[in-house]
Design a protein around this ligand. Structure first.
Ligand code: ADP
Ligand code: ADP
Length: 226
C-alpha cells in the first residue's frame, strides 16, 4: 500500500528531515510509526499525502509512483487516504452529521447515499445517537471519534493518523486504538504516528522507529524491547 524507496527529504532551509528511508506497508497491514519529536514522523505522512515531495527517492501509494503523478490526479489519491489529526479539525459551525458528510458532499455524492454512508460510519464509532449535535458539545474522546468517522466515511483503503491520541487520557486512547484495529480487521491499511510507547506496548503490531530522519528499528512491538 505504501512503498518508500531510498527517500530523502530536505526542507528549503536545508534541514534533512528524512534520510535515505526505505520501507513498505503491505495492503491490509497496521503499523505504528514512533520516534522522538522531530524524528520525521509528520514529514513521512506528508509525503504519503503529497503535501510535501521527496528531495530524492520515490514514494508509491497503492501502486502509483507519486513523482510521476500529474497535479490533476492528486485529489483522487487523497480520496484513497483517510487522515486523522491530533486536534481532529472538526467544524463547530455544523452538526456531527454534517462534519462527517463533508468529504462525500465534496465528491458530489447523492444525498440519500450520503445519509447511508454517514450513518454507517457514525455507527462504527459508536456515535450514531449524536449525529444531530454540534461537536462542541461532545467530549474530547467523542470529538476524536467523529474525526475518525469523517476519515473513513468514503471507505479509503488507507488510514493515516498523526498523534491521534495526543490530547486524550490513557483509557480513551486505548479505545481509539481499538477502533483503528477494527478498521484494520475489515481490510483497511493503517499507519499511526505516535510517541506514546506506553499506549502501544500492549498492542501486537509492527512498529517502525525513526530517529533523526532514519529508520532505527522495524519489528513487532515486544520484540524490539518496548
Ligand atoms: P515529527 O513529526 O517526528 O515530530 P517532523 O517530521 O515534524 O517530525 O519534523 C522533522 C524535522 O524536520 C524537524 O527537525 C523539524 O523541525 C523539521 N521540519 C519539519 N517541517 C519543516 C519545514 N516545513 N521546514 C523546515 N524544517 C521542517
Ligand atoms: P457498504 O457500502 O459496503 O454497504 P456501509 O456503507 O454499510 O458499507 O459501511 C461503510 C463503512 O465501513 C464506512 O462508513 C466505514 O465506517 C467502514 N469502512 C471504511 N473503510 C472501509 C473499507 N476499506 N472496507 C470496509 N469498510 C470500511
Amino acid at each position: 500500500m505504501i512503498t518508500f524507496d531510498s527517500v530523502s527529504k530536505r526542507y528549503p532551509n536545508g534541514h534533512e528531515a528524512l534520510v535515505n528511508l526505505s520501507f513498505q506497508l503491505a495492503r491490509g497491514e497496521m503499523a505504528f510509526l514512533t520516534g522522538h519529536s522531530g524524528a520525521g514522523k509528520s514529514t513521512l505522512l506528508k509525503l504519503v499525502m503529497q503535501i510535501e515531495h521527496p528531495s530524492r527517492g520515490q514514494v508509491f501509494v497503492d501502486g502509483q509512483n507519486l513523482s510521476r503523478m500529474r497535479i490533476g490526479q492528486i485529489p483522487y489519491l487523497r480520496r484513497k487516504i483517510g487522515v486523522v489529526f491530533q486536534d481532529h479539525q472538526l467544524l463547530f459551525d455544523r452538526s456531527v452529521f454534517d462534519n462527517v458528510a463533508l468529504p462525500l458532499v465534496i465528491e458530489g455524492m447523492e444525498p440519500k447515499e450520503i445519509k447511508r454512508r454517514v450513518q454507517a460510519a457514525l455507527d462504527k464509532v459508536g456515535l450514531l445517537s449524536k449525529e444531530r449535535l454540534n461537536p462542541i458539545s461532545l467530549s474530547g474522546g467523542e470529538q476524536q471519534r467523529v474525526g475518525i468517522a469523517r476519515a473513513v466515511v468514503n471507505k479509503p483503503p488507507l488510514l493515516l493518523a498523526d498523534e491521534p491520541t495526543g490530547n486524550l487520557d490513557p483509557m480513551l486512547s486505548r479505545d481509539i486504538m481499538h477502533l483503528f484495529e477494527q478498521f484494520n480487521q475489515v481490510g483497511v491499511s493503517v499507519l499511526i504516528a505516535t510517541h506514546d510507547l506506553a499506549l502501544i506496548s500492549r498492542l501486537r503490531h509492527r512498529m517502525l522507529t525513526l530517529g533523526q530522519g532514519r529508520l532505527l528499528q522495524d519489528g513487532f512491538v515486544g520484540e524490539v524491547g518496548v
